[in-house]
Design a protein around this ligand. Structure first.
Ligand code: SF4
Length: 375
């Protein structure tokens, strides 16, 4: 990212159904007031104007539509939002413009329209290739659909396609995980994300585990799954560049790198978080409240905080150690620097020039490495 550049995140909070493990800020489209999606989209357009008034014509290098399921929004709505962004900001000619997509919500025709609207990168939520695990997660798509969608995305002209996977779902065997990894690789994506399942309190999945209907994810299984994924992804030419993300060279997600490098971003829409010049704020969480605030010509902000030097330091260390580019040694305090040799001796980090980089073992224990290092 060039200095002073800005990333934009647009939250589209609708889903067809709510998956049993999900605690994101999403709402079932069929249960929303019929006029709300349209009001919401108008509010997004208005918030873009509010941001441009405050920031001026900043250079925008990445734009990301997340959710929810952004692809429940019709392609012309993407074109309208991107058109407005182009009027208000200085969008780089090679800007990375991503949308997340649930495989069930895209078709060859809709992907061609999204490409035409200006989307350059597609991130498909595959999660698993195993039917019983998709059922446990309460995902609505069929196992082969994500792989099929990668082919459609290629035909539509997307130069960068990503698949998301989840491991350690209750009931998953190592063979199940290997099958998901190999199925994902056979689709030849440019980028893969693999996260262990987090059982979020308040979800249906958490309730089923609490009732004893499903086993809780096993910690030791997580390490085994991670190592298998890392080995297979690397062998297929997708190198790790963040603890849970792998890419072919040049296909690293620039938008997420902007977050991880503590860049400036503005998050539009319900519940979105922003970070500009060391100040963080977050919007009203419910799409209706968000739209009402914007319709009343007010900023939709629900809260804000200014980062202290200590907050920034902690974030720099935490995020830097998750990246393959590593953490600049000079970012550490003098006493923190004295702890690095012990971490090297334990095989958790290596020192490469001016940077400290986690080893594979260090990646598995990244939270502990950060704890050991910080004052
Ligand atoms: S599709 Fe994604 S955002 Fe929507 S409920 Fe499922 S996991 Fe959550």
């Amino acid at each position: 990212m060039s200095p002073g550049s800005l990333s934009l995140y647009l939250h589209i909070p609708w889903c067809r159904v709510r998956c049993g493990y999900c605690d994101f800020n999403t709402y079932v489209l069929g249960s929303a007031a019929p006029d709300l999606p349209e009001r919401y989209q108008a509010a997004l357009l208005a918030e873009l104007g509010l941001a441009a008034e405050r920031l001026g014509p900043r250079r925008v290098e990445t734009i990301y539509f997340g959710g929810g399921t952004p692809t429940l929004m019709a392609p012309p709505a993407f074109a309208a939002l991107l058109g407005r962004i182009g009027e208000l900001f200085d969008v780089a000619p090679d800007a990375e413009i991503t949308t997340e997509a649930n495989p069930e919500t895209v078709t060859p025709a809709s992907l061609a329209q999204l490409r035409q609207a200006g989307i350059t990168r597609l991130s498909l939520g595959m999660q698993s290739a195993v039917p019983h695990l998709l059922a446990t997660l309460e995902r609505v798509h069929t196992p082969g659909r994500a792989v099929e969608a990668v082919g459609w995305a290629r035909a539509a002209g997307f130069a960068s396609v990503s698949l998301d996977l989840i491991y350690a779902t209750p009931g998953e065997t190592l063979t199940d995980w290997e099958h998901s990894v190999e199925t994902a690789l056979a689709a030849e994506p440019d980028h893969l994300s693999a996260y262990s399942l987090i059982v979020e309190p308040g979800t249906r999945l958490a309730a089923r585990i609490a009732r004893g209907e499903l086993p809780a994810p096993q910690e030791d299984a997580m390490a085994e799954r991670y190592l298998l994924a890392d080995e297979r992804f690397n062998a297929a030419g997708l190198a790790w560049y963040e603890v849970s993300n792998w890419a072919r060279p040049g296909h690293e997600c620039r938008h997420n790198l902007a977050y991880w490098r503590s860049g400036d971003w503005w998050g539009f829409g319900a519940g979105s978080h922003s970070h500009v010049a060391g100040v963080r704020w977050w919007n009203e969480r419910h799409p209706r409240t968000y739209a009402e605030r914007i319709e009343a010509c007010a900023m939709p902000v629900a809260g804000s905080e200014e980062l202290t030097d200590e907050d920034r330091h902690m974030e720099t260390v935490m995020l830097g150690l998750r990246l393959r580019e590593g953490l600049l040694s000079s970012a550490l305090t003098a006493s923190e620097q004295t702890r690095v040799p012990a971490l090297v001796d334990d095989g958790l980090v290596t020192v490469m020039g001016e940077r400290i980089v986690c080893t594979q073992r260090g990646r598995l224990l990244a939270d502990g490495v950060v704890r050991d290092l910080l004052d």
